[in-house]
Design a protein around this ligand. Structure first.
Ligand SMILES: *Cc1c(COP(=O)(O)O)cnc(C)c1O
Ligand code: SF4
Length: 332
């Protein structure tokens, strides 16, 4: 293994020094100033946020770079498009208590924080009222009480925002409280941190994640093979070597990964690194993200083409979340 430094100070510093000013992003990538007014206007509704290490994986001068498309605010985000709403997936109706969402049998989701390591322009939670979510471990107690009282639950998902923006001492404490609930069996973390800031995979993280009684699972979120450089590969290897099953979910995004080549390359890269492709999500119809939408007919075609080129295990399930349904709808 290469001499990857994994002290926790590194990932904090990367978050702190993340690019928030559209002008700085355009300059770093040799892109024209003419993009600035629209970027500034769109960033007012949902701020730009991108760590330097992630920007470093983009190709300068390319407005069509698949990583840049995910973070650069565009004027199209301000268009009002019929059918695209603030709460696209019915989170409000499924909220059981502050920070606890349950839509499906046997598993509940904790919104651990509103913070993320990157602001993905297509994010379905960009309008989520995060200020109502718990702020400290004790604030989770009402949600934990509901989990304690419901022995039909055997799995808790930590989501957000991104749970791995929290420090390991906080997460270890939360994991300990969850592990003390006898009917829980598994702890699942949904995070983009290992992709965006691979130094986040610290020894402290591995210690609490693998030290709990609960079976850990980590679902990462990569949309394009170009996101997975050697540092990311090393961090994913640390997780798998520690015994953590890794799954990946992607969102099908126009101009980012809506080609057979992009999706096949991503699946190959993931499986080579022992990460199983799990879900390819149809875009949730959240206001501001309409320009990322790929028609389902095209998505079905892409999955069919992937099947001809990949082993069965490397083809993700193509799913769509429909508010009120008992599970994510499997499109293919
Ligand atoms: C997507 C989701 C889950 C997880 O669903 P799986 O199909 O088990 O991956 C759980 N809770 C909520 C609220 C979700 O949106
Ligand atoms: S990391 Fe996840 S929750 Fe955060 S902005 Fe991106 S898609 Fe949304």
């Amino acid at each position: 293994m290469r001499g990857l430094k994994v002290s926790s100070a590194d990932w904090h510093a990367e978050l702190k020094s993340a690019v928030r000013d559209p002008a700085q992003l355009l300059t770093a990538l040799d892109l024209p100033d003419s993009l600035l007014p629209a970027a500034r206007a769109a960033a007012k509704a949902f701020p730009l946020f991108a760590p330097g290490g992630y920007i470093g994986r983009m190709t300068p001068g390319r407005l069509d770079d698949p990583l840049l498309r995910q973070v650069l605010p565009l004027g199209e985000e301000l268009d009002e498009v019929p059918g695209f709403a603030a709460d696209a997936v019915g989170d409000a109706a499924a909220t059981k208590s502050a920070g606890l969402i349950q839509k499906y049998q046997s598993r509940a989701l904790l919104i651990t924080t509103g913070a993320c390591a990157v602001h993905c322009r297509y994010c379905f939670r960009r309008h989520f009222p995060y200020s109502t979510a718990p702020k400290s471990v004790d604030d989770w107690e009402p949600a934990l009480d509901l989990i304690r009282a419901d022995d039909s639950l055997d799995e808790v998902l930590l989501s957000g925002g991104d749970p791995l923006t929290l420090v390991d001492t906080t997460l270890a404490e939360l994991a300990e409280r969850l592990a003390a609930i006898p009917h829980l069996k598994r702890l699942r973390i949904h995070t983009r941190l290992p992709i965006i800031i691979p130094a986040r995979v610290t020894s402290e993280l591995l210690a609490w994640l693998c030290g709990t009684r609960l079976t850990p699972l980590v679902v990462i979120h990569a949309n394009h093979a170009q996101e997975i450089d050697d540092n990311v590969a090393n961090s994913l290897a640390r997780l798998v070597d520690a015994g953590v099953p890794l799954l990946n979910q992607s969102v099908l995004l126009r101009g980012v990964n809506d080609s057979t080549t992009a999706l096949v390359d991503l699946s190959r890269r993931l499986t080579d690194l022992r990460v199983m492709p799990y879900y390819l999500h149809q875009l949730d119809r959240v206001a501001g993200a309409a320009h990322f939408e790929v028609p389902i007919s095209r998505g079905l075609q892409l999955i069919a083409e992937m099947r001809t080129q990949l082993p069965g295990y490397a083809v993700p399930r193509y799913v769509q979340e429909i508010a009120g349904e008992a599970h994510k709808r499997v499109l293919a």
